[in-house]
Design a protein around this ligand. Structure first.
Ligand SMILES: Nc1ncnc2c1ncn2[C@@H]1O[C@H](COP(=O)(O)OP(=O)(O)OP(=O)(O)O)[C@@H](O)[C@H]1O
Ligand SMILES: [Mg+2]
Length: 722
């Protein structure tokens, strides 16, 4: 095994395979690389069987990357190895032995919305006031308890003198009972139940303790008590445990991650070797300086040195936009330009943001520029169920013969038209060779009960009423009517789970799409709207090509690296998130998150912020994030006119930017002009819309719809391609 591509300290950590090892080091110093080489060294040089190794990472993406990296070194032998997240590791343990704690192996895992539903039932059943005991809050307490491995019995004992908490204890206990009756586990149970099995079944524990001769945990700073305990138990027999982490990147405090785990490790494993790495191999000097400077503002941290041999590199570009749409356009244009001019591939670029809600404006901008992208840890906007449902309604209204859309929504929300009925309608439509919707008008001929017949009639009345509205109302208004009259929103409001709240927010976001369409499109009818949308959503579900821009939240970006990184939404109240503005501890966690974000970048880093941001139809004006203010001034380059770095912060209070910076406009023009090709439909600021009929260098001839043919020089006029 060639270890010559490691530095001395890294090699030391790779070779120290027996006993305990704590590798503590800053971002990009090669911690994960050490783990990967360690695994390869164990298998290749020490002939350890891959099945004797357990490696734990924080996200599935990180697990896949590690597996790929190991495969790159040792080939397909890596397949037998458990490289997984805590959760998937526990699921494997549970699938094998969960019958030992009263479940069966076919157990299901409840997601957040299932949990909420169950929790509401429990609260109702116990007849306690759900205003005082909000399902979400109660679930939060239970989840905390589970992270600390406190079961419902213990929970009750601990809180016996506290009226409110002992009520929560009752809910906790009923909730667990119900989960068990449904043969279901929630996410936090996965770890807790795995521990329970191991604790109470010596045979099982013995099996895994023997099996896992070598255990490694990446991103150790983000483990909680339960996870620490699990690792500890499994490693007990052989004691070959290697954990790696960086206290500056601890970003899951809100999920019970406990920095004490690092301190305790040195106590639990007295002879642990502690290795520190100080050379960063990932980023340019400028990016590293910026990261170091930002994190130095945190008071509660161990000071660390991190240096690099890399060049200074480019300065960090900041860009202030008017709103989130301009921010998206700027990012998309910049990516396109780098792609055109410098051959930087889409896969080299990542856009990171604080909350999932920020992604839509970014997605739209990328779609407009025809840039492929992939969202990690979230579903693309147009692939979301609620958005697809709504579009299906609009399609049926526009085009009643669309059987596919009809099938999608005829019973959404539930209106008592089941699958059997649907089959019967389909039969009739096949015989009569007409669309299913038309067949519905013949409800008498469909072999269903009178009750169902009247349901079918209600449905056709609903759709035909909405169809009539489409000629009267604008698209936005029509969508509002659809959401209201179909009872779609009402149905979601019935159960106010987090999922449903998100769904409602997404539907409101869709209204913003319609508003935008009406603002920009010449034809404003439903048909054109649907055509526009289907182009977007079609592109959205693009093929399996792997050259795409990565979009994800900062939390999901941990451990990853990209040559070009955009950190978007650097605004007070967005990042740092609003609740951190008044809470020092939260603020420090946000700052660590910023450190994580900055250190994802290898060569080029952009930080963007918007003067105003509309999310869920609400517009907020915000100031530039303090994190930009904390960066060294000589590392920054503002891409806004009249905004040298030193002035950026002074202008924190200026809310609406007067006009777009000129060279940004030039960028836009360069790109747009490339699209002003023969046959393109364009819009001229004075002459309106027209079609390009000839092009000679930067001069084009355009046949305007109302002004005849004119010659336009693209260097002086900005045309919008439509
Ligand atoms: N000795 C080395 N020689 C050359 N490249 C290295 C060396 N060590 C690490 N690298 C490279 O530096 C980059 C960062 O390494 P790695 O991802 O392992 O860092 P990390 O400490 O795990 O970072 P993070 O804290 O962000 O998870 C990778 O591209 C890796 O291949
Ligand atoms: Mg790493």
């Amino acid at each position: 095994m060639d270890l010559s591509t490691l530095n001395d300290m890294q090699r030391k950590a790779v070779l120290k395979t027996d006993g305990a090892l704590l590798l503590l080091a800053g971002a990009g110093s090669g911690k994960t690389r050490v783990l990967t080489y360690r695994i390869a060294h164990l298998i290749n040089d020490l002939e350890v069987h891959p099945s004797n190794i357990l490696a734990i990472t924080f996200t599935n993406k990180a697990a896949n990357e590690m597996r790929e990296r190991v495969e790159g070194i040792i080939g397909s032998d890596a397949q037998n190895m458990w490289i997984s997240t805590f959760h998937s590791c526990c699921v494997r343990i549970l699938r094998k032995d969960i019958d030992k704690i009263g479940y069966t192996r076919s157990f299901v895992i409840y997601d957040r919305s299932d949990q909420m539903t169950l929790m509401k039932d429990c609260i109702k059943e116990l007849n306690i006031n759900d205003k005082m005991y909000e399902p979400k809050t109660v679930l939060g307490h239970i989840s905390d308890a589970k992270d600390k491995m406190i079961n419902s019995k213990r929970f009750k004992e601990i809180h016996q003198n506290d009226f409110r908490m002992s009520n929560i204890a009752k809910v906790y206990s009923l909730y667990q009972e119900r989960l068990m009756r449904n043969n279901a586990l929630d996410f936090d149970d996965l770890i807790m139940k795995a521990i329970e099995i191991l604790e109470n079944n010596e045979g099982v524990l013995d099996f895994y303790q023997r099996k896992f001769r070598y255990i490694m945990v990446d991103e150790y700073q983000d483990t909680n008590r339960a996870q620490y305990k699990l690792v500890n138990m499994l490693a007990k027999r052989h004691g070959n445990l290697c954990v790696v982490g960086d206290d500056d990147q601890s970003i899951y405090g809100w999920r019970g991650a406990d920095i004490k785990n690092i301190l305790e490790f040195e106590k639990d494993y007295e002879d642990a070797l502690v290795v520190k790495l100080e050379q960063n191999y990932r980023s340019t000097q400028t990016i590293l300086d910026a990261a170091n400077k930002v994190i130095a503002n945190n008071i509660t941290r161990k000071d660390k040195k991190l240096w690099t041999e890399s060049d200074l590199g480019d300065r960090i570009r900041t860009f202030k936009s008017r709103d989130e749409r301009e921010e998206g356009d700027f990012i998309a244009h910049s990516i396109k330009k780098m792609n055109n001019d410098k051959g930087i591939e889409y896969r080299d670029c990542a856009i990171l943001y604080r909350t999932n809600a920020q992604s839509r404006a970014l997605e739209e901008a990328l779609i407009k520029q025809n840039i492929k992208y992939k969202i990690f840890g979230g579903i693309k906007f147009y692939e979301r169920k609620e958005i697809k449902d709504l579009i299906a309604y609009l399609r049926i209204i526009q085009n009643p013969v669309d059987d596919i859309s009809l099938k999608r929504i005829i019973n959404v929300p539930k209106r008592g038209i089941g699958l059997r009925t649907l089959e019967k309608i389909e039969d009739v439509s096949l015989i009569k060779k007409e669309s299913m919707y038309l067949s519905l008008y013949d409800a008498e001929n469909i072999d269903v009960s009178t009750r169902v017949k009247s349901k079918l009639r209600e449905f056709t009345t609903l759709i035909s009423a909405l169809s009539a509205m489409k000629d009267v109302y604008c698209v936005t208004k029509l969508i509002e009517k659809v959401l209201e009259n179909t009872g779609y929103i009402k149905e979601l409001e019935k159960d106010d789970s987090i999922e449903n709240q998100t769904r409602i927010e997404n539907l409101k976001e869709f209204l913003s799409v319609a508003v935008e369409f009406e603002k920009t499109s010449e034809e404003k009818d439903l048909e054109t709207f649907l055509a526009t949308i289907s182009l977007i959503s079609d592109m959205d579900s693009s093929d399996e090509d792997d050259d795409y821009v990565s979009l994800m939240t900062l939390h999901s970006a941990k451990g990853l690296e990209f040559p070009v990184v955009f950190l978007a939404g650097l605004e007070e109240g967005v990042f740092p998130i609003s609740r951190a503005l008044t809470d020092e501890i939260e603020l420090e966690e946000e700052r660590r998150l910023c450190y994580v974000g900055i250190t994802r970048a290898m060569k080029t880093l952009y930080m963007t912020y918007a003067s105003s941001r509309t999310i869920y139809g609400k517009t907020n004006y915000s100031r530039i994030s303090r994190f930009i203010g904390e960066l060294p001034k000589d590392c920054l380059k503002s891409l806004n006119k009249n905004e040298p770095e030193s002035k950026i912060l002074k202008k924190q209070n200026s809310i609406v930017e007067k006009y777009k910076q000129r060279h940004m406009e030039k960028d836009t023009k360069d790109i747009d002009n490339k699209e002003v090709v023969l046959g393109a439909k364009v819009k001229h600021p004075a002459f309106g819309t027209g079609t390009v009929v000839a092009k000679n260098g930067s001069t084009v001839s355009i046949a305007f719809d109302n002004k005849g043919i004119k010659s336009i020089n693209l260097e002086y006029v900005k045309l919008n391609v439509i």
